[in-house]
Ligand binder design. Structure first.
Ligand code: ADE
Ligand code: ZN
Length: 346
């Protein structure tokens, strides 16, 4: 109870959540109705059937097959806004003060939705959440690695004005990992970084792929953050590099269980990363599909690893240090962490 309140109040930063992965079955069916979308007959027909099916994904691809059908109900600017606002309200209720959120424009553009509709809805929600909750929020556009690099380059071109204005802050890489290694996207990352040197670069790596996916993302894509990165545990040299460069791993414990990367959160190398000073944050990935938001992920890690207050403070600070907000905001977040840590010290 004491620890639950502490972890809830502890100022948290989320670095790994896909907005399309926050589409709760209830909103999914509401939007399907609102937009007259007929879901395929093999898609679970009710909220209960969704939750049941979402509980037994065989692997990443099995999840992605549902995720891409789910996002097909998102049509209008207001749909993207509603989706993101639902997430920001939940994150705020969980004590998350800063969110850097992914979205997959190619999953919408290929259905005939313009990238402007997607970005304008999400951006409006980011600003509204800042006004309403005081949270800070950044958009990270992801490229789908199962699509060719040429599509990625077109997507980057289509998002040009949003990088220029700072409405989109970062670039990531997601979808099926193992068949689509990082080197395929070298030109995409270089093109964007050359044009916008201030852009933040990250990529999913080492979720189902081995540790070379992590190393190659660092070497070829010049990312400064790794999403998941769990399989970094199998290379001593890589662990030292991540620690020396303070490269943040955005871990998603409940996701790893639901996608059968591990059988239980206790099998994740979280104490190894902590002891080797590899910075990590704890995140929700696709919370509507994996049954838990950021606080659930923190609480599950706590039950398995039992970190003390000092260790949790260090984890929260590592998340702030690895965030892409400005220094003033980081200073404020660190002060808030101190406050909560002091309040719960005894
Ligand atoms: N897209 C949404 N969630 C993902 C994940 N965990 N890995 C790869 N692609 C994703
Ligand atoms: Zn992810």
């Amino acid at each position: 109870e004491h620890m639950h309140n502490f972890l809830k109040e502890l100022p948290k930063c989320e670095h790994h959540v896909h907005l399309e992965g926050t589409l709760e079955p209830s909103l999914l069916f509401n939007l399907a109705k609102r937009n007259n979308i007929e879901l395929p007959s093999h898609f679970p027909p009710t909220v209960e059937a969704c939750n049941d099916r979402y509980n037994r994904f065989a692997d990443l691809q099995d999840f992605l097959d549902h995720y891409y059908i789910g996002m097909s109900v998102l049509i209008k600017e207001a749909d993207f806004y509603d989706l993101a606002m639902e997430y920001f309200a939940k994150a705020h209720a969980d004590g998350c003060l800063h969110s850097e959120v992914f979205f997959d424009p190619q999953g919408h553009v290929e259905r005939g939705i313009s990238i402007d509709t997607v970005v304008e809805g999400f951006d409006r929600a980011c600003k509204e959440a800042n006004t309403k909750f005081g949270t800070t929020n950044k958009l990270i556009m992801c490229l789908l690695r199962h699509l060719p690099a040429s599509s990625g380059l077109e997507t980057i071109q289509g998002a040009h004005k949003y990088y220029e204005s700072g409405i989109i802050h970062g670039l990531g890489l997601d979808s099926s990992e193992k068949p689509f290694p990082p080197h395929l996207f070298t030109e995409c990352y270089k093109t964007l970084k050359d044009k916008f040197p201030q852009v933040g670069l990250t990529a999913h790596a080492g979720e189902e792929g081995d540790h070379t996916f992590v190393t190659n993302s660092l070497d070829l894509l010049n990312v400064t953050r790794i999403d998941h990165g769990v399989n970094s545990q199998h290379s001593e040299e890589l662990l030292e590099r991540l620690s020396a460069n303070k490269t943040l791993l955005s871990l998603c414990p409940l996701s790893n269980v639901k996608l059968q990367v591990v059988k239980d959160v206790s099998e994740l190398p979280i104490d190894l990363f902590f002891n080797k000073n590899v910075p990590f944050s704890i995140n929700s990935d696709d919370p509507a599909y994996f049954g838990g938001y950021i606080l659930d992920n923190y609480l599950t890690v706590h039950t398995r690893f039992g970190f003390n207050g000092h260790q949790w403070k260090q984890i929260a600070l590592n998340g702030i240090n690895g965030s892409w907000c400005d220094e003033d905001r980081k200073t404020e977040l660190r002060r808030l962490v101190d406050e909560v840590h002091n309040k719960y010290k005894h």
